[in-house]
Each structure stands twice: as C-alpha cells, then as structure tokens.
Ligand binder design. Structure first.
Ligand SMILES: Cc1cc2nc3c(=O)[nH]c(=O)nc-3n(C[C@H](O)[C@H](O)[C@H](O)COP(=O)(O)OP(=O)(O)OC[C@H]3O[C@@H](n4cnc5c(N)ncnc54)[C@H](O)[C@@H]3O)c2cc1C
Length: 412
C-alpha cells in the first residue's frame, strides 16, 4: 500500500484524522484506481464508486456524529479527499461537491451566529438531508456557476427563488454543474427575489430534487480533463421546492462566505492528491516497478534524479503550505490566514499541473500512453486553476491587492 500523503505521526494528526485518511487511501488504491481510466475514457459518471462510498460510510464523512455520520472536521475531510484524489481525480472532485453539502451545513455552521430557534430549525432540516444520504445513499451536488460574475462572489446569483405557499419557485441556469443527471439533489445557490434589485445578502442554498418538474440537464460534455465529473448545464423553470429544501436558513450562506472563507478551499484537496500521485508514479516508473510495464530501470541517470528532486521539493512546499492553511481554517481568520489560504489554493492547483508536466517530461514517451494514468492526471490537473471562486488568477489578484491595501484604504 502507498504511504500516506500526511504521515499521522510527523503531522501530528488526531486519531480520527489518521483513521479516516487511512480508510480513504485504502479505498482509493483498491476501489478507485482500477476504475479511473473508464470514467475518463467514456466521460461517464462513476456511479459504482458512489455505491461503494455509500457502503463504506464515505458519503456521510462530514455528517455530525450525533446525526449518524463520521463527524469529520474540515481538516480531516481535506486530507481524506486528497487521498481519494490521488487515485481518481473526477471521483474526488465530485465527492467534494457532495460532501460540502454536509460540511457547510454541519461543522462549518457551528461557529456562525444564529438565534437558538433558527439553529434548532436548521438542525431539524439538515437532518432530513443527512438521513437521505446515510439511509438511501442520496448524492448531492453543488452547482453555483452561472457564467457571469456571481460564482466569483462579486454579484448576486441570477438564479432566483421566489416565495410561494409552502416553499419557493426557482428559475435560472447553472453551468458546469458537476454530477448533472447523476445527483439526486442539486444544492444550488440562488437569490431570494423580493421584486427589487437582487442582493448577495439574500443568497439561499436550496436542495432541488433532480426529478422535480421543471429541472432539465442540457448541453454535452467532452472536456480536456476531469471528464468523469459530467459537468453539464442545468435549467430551472418554475421549479417548486418546499421550505425544507433549504440547506441553510436565509442569510447564513452570506455570513459563512464572509466569515468562513476557507470554505472555498475545499476544491483544492483533489489536486493536492494529484500532485502526490505525479511523484508516486515517477518514482515507481523510473525504478521499473510500475505494474504492467517492462522492468526497465531509468533511475541511474543524473537528469532523472534532479527532476525527481525538483518534484519532491515542489511537493513538500505545497504540502507544508496547504497543511497549514487547512489547519488555519475556522471562523473569522486573520488577514494573514486568508492570504495564506489563497496562496495554498494557488499552489495546490498550479503545482499539481507543474508536477504532472515534469513527470511526463522525466518519464518519457511511453509514460504518456493512455494505458498509464499519468496522461489523465496531467489533463485533470490542468482544471484546478480554473475553478471559481478561487481560480489561480483570482488568488493572485486578491493576494496582491490585500497585501498592499488595508481595508477601506485607497490612493485618493
Ligand atoms: C472540471 C470542472 C468541474 C466544475 N464543477 C463545478 C460545479 O460542480 N459547480 C460549479 O458551480 N462550478 C463548477 N465548475 C465551474 C468553475 O468553477 C467555473 O465557474 C467555470 O470554470 C467558469 O468558467 P468561465 O469560463 O465561465 O469563467 P469566467 O467567469 O469567464 O472567468 C474566466 C476567468 O477569468 C477570471 N475571473 C472571473 N471573474 C473575475 C473577476 N471578477 N475578476 C477578475 N478575474 C475574474 C478567472 O480567473 C476565471 O478563471 C467546474 C469547472 C471545472 C473545470
């Protein structure tokens, strides 16, 4: 079995973190890795993986223990997701969308302000969602992007929810909706429409049943990488959802996005795992030990040794920064912690691709054949920097501005 990305003793993991990351690593190596090429080739959704994740309790990893889940906190989840991403990027990335519907409504809300009655009602409602996941293996997705500025967090979502008797009527469109056609519930961000100008403060987080009348999946899906995510577009036309579809009470998402910014770091674990996988592959390949390839050793060439050393340096830098950032996560981080979170996101996303490119150059022509996983990892790794709201560009943009300006400061 592969060694852990974050050695429990060296990184002083809690017993729960050590156990969950070991479970994820074992699951990734035994179940995900042998199937990963198929989802990529077919651009098909890894349904079998989800059935197995349900059986293994992984769909409920972040559901609080008192509600029957594994009760993982933010850091435990991130490290477990990195272990899955090491073996199948598309499964880990879609699992992230699913798990966030439980993490964001679970552990993350505990440090946020809610009056006792609203919190009690939130606990009752989220339990309905948690029960579906634990009992029926229900899969949730997270379609936020709309092709405009909303997913970057600058304007209100154009998808709207208007209050009607007993619930809401939802209208709008989401693009790049991973798990489209395969999730049981689409956990959409939309704006409550009061008949005035839409405001980000009125963001609602609603679980729309995939089978509800008025929901449709459109467009094709034939991308460069992360092909198994099946991120097609979703249309909502007068879709009725009951009040209990609310994954968060009104106003809570806006509070979370403002006070718990590390919630947006959750797209990076998959790519942390791919970064590790690029080095794992290179070492095995150069030692002549990759299964199914001739036992030709290439490790004796100084150029290979230097490239592997460069990869190890980049990987360890990325791991150290990322580990600190996932440890920092919590409500009301300091400015330095927020800047570090952006730096960690940027590093995980960009370095995953840098490492895959170095791995390809170093291992050589035979290593880019589709019979080996490296070329898939290379394509998958390119997608990380594109993911809103913290794309690699936006991370740099924000780090530069926030490092140079204090709040409200201008040059006037
Ligand atoms: C494999 C994959 C799976 C995905 N799954 C999901 C999903 O499940 N749910 C979901 O909601 N989204 C998902 N996305 C979508 C993703 O987060 C982006 O929303 C999507 O890639 C946006 O593409 P775009 O070309 O429309 O970006 P645009 O909005 O056109 O932006 C292009 C680039 O411009 C920059 N930019 C954007 N806004 C600003 C700004 N205000 N200021 C400065 N620069 C800016 C960013 O760097 C961005 O990358 C997925 C994307 C990929 C690649």
């Amino acid at each position: 079995m592969d060694a852990p990305i974050f050695d429990p003793e060296a990184f002083r993991l809690t017993p729960q973190e050590a156990a969950l990351t070991e479970q994820a690593r074992r699951f990734g190596e035994e179940i995900l890795a042998p199937r990963a090429a198929r989802w990529d080739r077919e651009a098909s959704f890894p349904t079998e993986n989800y059935r197995d994740m349900h059986r293994a309790g992984l769909l409920g990893i972040c559901i609080p223990a008192e509600d029957g889940g594994a009760g993982a906190g933010f850091r435990a989840y991130c490290m477990a997701a990195a272990e899955l991403g090491r073996y199948c990027g598309a499964t880990a990335l879609t699992w992230n969308m699913h798990v966030c519907s439980t993490l964001w409504t679970g552990a993350l809300t505990e440090g946020l302000e809610l009056d006792p009655a609203t919190r009690a009602e939130h606990h009752r409602r989220r339990r309905l969602h948690y029960d579906r996941i634990l009992r029926d293996g229900a899969i949730y997705s997270q379609p936020f992007s709309e092709g405009g500025a909303a997913a970057a967090g600058t304007v209100a979502f154009g998808t709207t929810a208007r209050r009607v008797d007993g619930g809401y009527l939802v209208n709008g469109k989401k693009i790049f909706a991973s798990l489209a056609g395969h999730a049981d519930y689409y956990g959409i961000l939309c704006t409550e429409d009061h008949g005035e100008r839409l405001s980000r403060r009125d963001t609602l987080y609603l679980a729309v049943p995939a089978q509800a009348p008025g929901v449709s999946v459109v467009g094709d899906w034939d991308p460069l990488g992360m092909r198994g995510t099946v991120s097609r577009n979703l249309l909502f036309k007068d879709v009725f959802v009951p009040e209990d579809a609310a994954l968060m009470p009104p106003g809570l998402y806006f509070q979370a996005a403002s006070r718990w910014p590390h919630m947006f770091l959750t797209l990076s674990p998959t790519y942390m795992g791919i970064a590790q996988a690029a080095l794992d592959f290179t070492i095995k390949y150069l030692r002549g030990e990759w299964p199914g390839t001739p036992p030709v050793k290439r490790r004796m060439y100084p150029t290979k040794q230097i490239a592997v050393a460069q990869m190890k340096v980049t990987l360890e830098q990325t791991k150290a920064l990322w580990f600190q950032a996932i440890t920092d996560a919590g409500p009301d981080p300091t400015k330095d912690q927020i800047l570090r979170a952006w730096a960690a996101q940027h590093s995980a996303m960009e370095n995953a691709n840098t490492l895959c490119a170095l791995a390809l150059r170093t291992c050589g022509g035979q290593a880019m054949l589709k019979s080996l996983p490296l070329e898939r990892m290379y394509r998958d790794s390119r997608c990380g920097s594109l993911m809103l709201p913290w794309t690699a560009e936006l991370c740099l943009d924000r780090i530069g501005r926030e490092a140079l300006y204090e709040k409200e400061e201008t040059d006037e």
